[in-house]
Design a protein around this ligand. Structure first.
Ligand code: ZN
Length: 151
């Protein structure tokens, strides 16, 4: 599970970058209109992210359930999409999601921008012997890969 934790942290940092300077020294700075406001410590720019609030977009419900099915814990998903683990656990119950066991394969996660994703997929060696899904995540793409045919 340590591996998941590292990836989850990585993803979280990747998403929370300043839209102005792409800095990642972001701190929470109050809530405005039910949206979490953030402050970039580097360039002092304030911005909000459409992730936290009373009504959460179906988009994040879908992402949370996907990550849950791929074997991440509620708290790991909380770190990635910024929705509380209690809420995520409620979604899992509400949609009657039952996670299969992951004894036979070990997923890894990568976050790419579009060009990086294209470059990655060009390399056939990285695609053979593995299953993967690509899912949009904010303005980036998340590639979940599991090497199920390796021992
Ligand atoms: Zn900034």
């Amino acid at each position: 599970m340590l591996n998941y934790y590292i990836y989850a942290k990585f993803i979280y940092m990747e998403i929370l970058t300043c839209p102005k300077c792409q800095g990642n020294q972001i701190v929470k700075s109050g809530v405005i209109n039910n949206k979490q406001r953030y402050l970039c410590k580097k360039c002092k720019y304030y911005f909000t992210v459409n992730k936290i609030g009373k009504k959460i977009d179906d988009y994040y419900v879908t992402k949370a359930l996907q990550l849950y099915l791929e074997g991440l814990s509620y708290r790991e998903i909380e770190r990635i999409i910024g929705v509380s683990h209690v809420t995520i656990s409620n979604w899992v119950k509400a949609f009657h999601i039952k996670k299969p066991s992951h004894a036979n394969y070990h997923p890894t996660y990568k976050i790419f921008n579009h060009l990086e994703l294209v470059e990655y997929i060009k390399n056939k060696d990285l695609l053979s012997g593995a299953g993967m899904i690509i899912t949009e995540l904010g303005d980036k793409f998340m590639l979940i890969k599991w090497e199920r045919f390796k021992d």
